[in-house]
Write a protein that binds this ligand. Structure first.
Ligand SMILES: [Fe+2]
Length: 271
C-alpha cells in the first residue's frame, strides 16, 4: 500500500475499544439542555459511528492490514470531535460562523489527552489527518502514510454526509434543520459560479454558495474529490447523486452537469 519505508504501527482491539468508550463518555457531557442541541449532538455521534464503518469498509476493500484498519477506525472515531463543542458553544456547524471544527478537534484531543495511550508518532499522525480532513486541498509536504489516511478519512466522511443529506431530502414528514442546511435560504435557481466549477470537474468553492440549491450542487461536486475506487462504487450503487438531483430544479444546466459526471464515473469506475 505504501512505497516508503514505514515504521510499523501496532494497535490492538482492546485499545480501539478503550478509545471508543472514552469517546462516548466525552460526548455524554454534551447530552443535556435543549432539544435541538440534543438532536444535533446525536446526529454527529451517529455520523461518527457510520464513518467508522465506512472507513473499515473502504480500508478492507483496499486490502489494509489489521493494524492499519484499527488506526483508520480511530481516526474516524475522533475526526469530528470538535463538532460537539462547536455546536454547544456557537449553536452552528458552520465553520465560517464559528471556528474551524477540525482545528478545534485537535485542540480538544490535546487538551483532554484522550489519545495519550498511543505512541507519540501515531498520535501525531492522527492529529494531522484530522486537521486536514475538511481542507479544500491536502498539503503537499506530508508523509505518504498521512496523506493516505487523510484521503481515506475524507472518502468515508463524504460517503456518510451523502447519506445524511439524502436521508434529509427524502424524509417523509419534512422537518427543516438549519444545522444541516447551514442556515442557507431555499430560494429558486443556483449560482453560475457553482455551475462553472462543476462543468470544469472542480469541487465547488464554498464562497460561491448562496442558497440551498448551490449547497446541493456542492455536495454533488464532491464526486470530483473522491480518492478510491471502492468509494466511487459505493456512491454509484447507493445512488446518492441521483437522490440529491431529485431535490434540485429541472434544468438543462443540471442535465449537463450530470452528463459530465456520468462520463467522469465511466472512466474511473470499472463496472
Ligand atoms: Fe465527519
Amino acid at each position: 500500500m505504501f512505497s516508503e519505508k514505514q515504521k510499523v504501527i501496532h494497535i490492538n482491539d482492546e485499545c480501539v475499544q478503550d478509545l471508543k468508550d472514552s469517546f462516548s463518555i466525552y460526548v455524554r457531557t454534551f447530552k443535556h439542555g435543549d432539544k435541538e442541541l440534543q438532536h444535533n449532538i446525536v446526529l454527529k455521534e451517529e455520523h461518527t459511528k457510520r464513518v467508522c464503518l465506512e472507513i473499515l469498509n473502504i480500508g478492507e476493500q483496499l486490502g489494509l492490514n489489521e493494524d492499519y484498519l484499527r488506526l483508520a477506525e480511530i481516526i474516524a472515531q475522533f475526526h469530528d470531535i470538535g463538532r460537539f463543542e462547536q455546536y454547544a458553544r456557537y449553536g452552528t456547524f458552520m465553520d465560517r460562523q464559528s471556528e474551524n471544527h477540525a482545528e478545534l478537534g485537535v485542540t480538544i484531543l490535546k487538551r483532554i489527552g484522550i489519545l495519550n495511550q498511543l505512541e507519540k508518532s501515531t498520535k501525531n499522525l492522527i492529529f494531522r489527518t484530522i486537521q486536514y480532513h475538511n481542507r479544500a486541498v491536502l498539503p503537499q509536504e506530508e508523509t505518504e502514510t498521512c496523506l493516505f489516511f487523510a484521503k481515506l478519512l475524507r472518502d468515508a466522511d463524504k460517503i456518510d454526509i451523502w447519506r445524511v443529506v439524502t436521508d434529509y431530502y427524502h424524509q417523509k414528514n419534512f422537518k427543516r434543520n438549519g444545522a444541516i442546511e447551514l442556515g442557507l435560504p431555499d430560494t429558486p435557481g443556483f449560482s453560475d459560479a457553482v455551475y462553472q466549477d462543476l462543468i470544469n470537474k472542480k469541487i465547488v468553492d464554498m464562497k460561491n454558495i448562496k442558497n440551498l440549491n448551490d449547497f446541493r450542487l456542492l455536495q454533488i461536486g464532491w464526486i470530483f474529490d473522491i480518492n478510491f475506487e471502492p468509494t466511487l462504487y459505493a456512491v454509484c450503487s447507493r445512488r446518492y447523486l441521483e437522490m440529491i438531483r431529485d431535490a434540485l430544479p429541472k434544468s438543462g444546466k443540471i442535465d449537463q452537469i450530470f452528463s459530465i459526471i456520468d462520463s467522469y464515473l465511466d472512466k474511473r469506475v470499472k463496472q
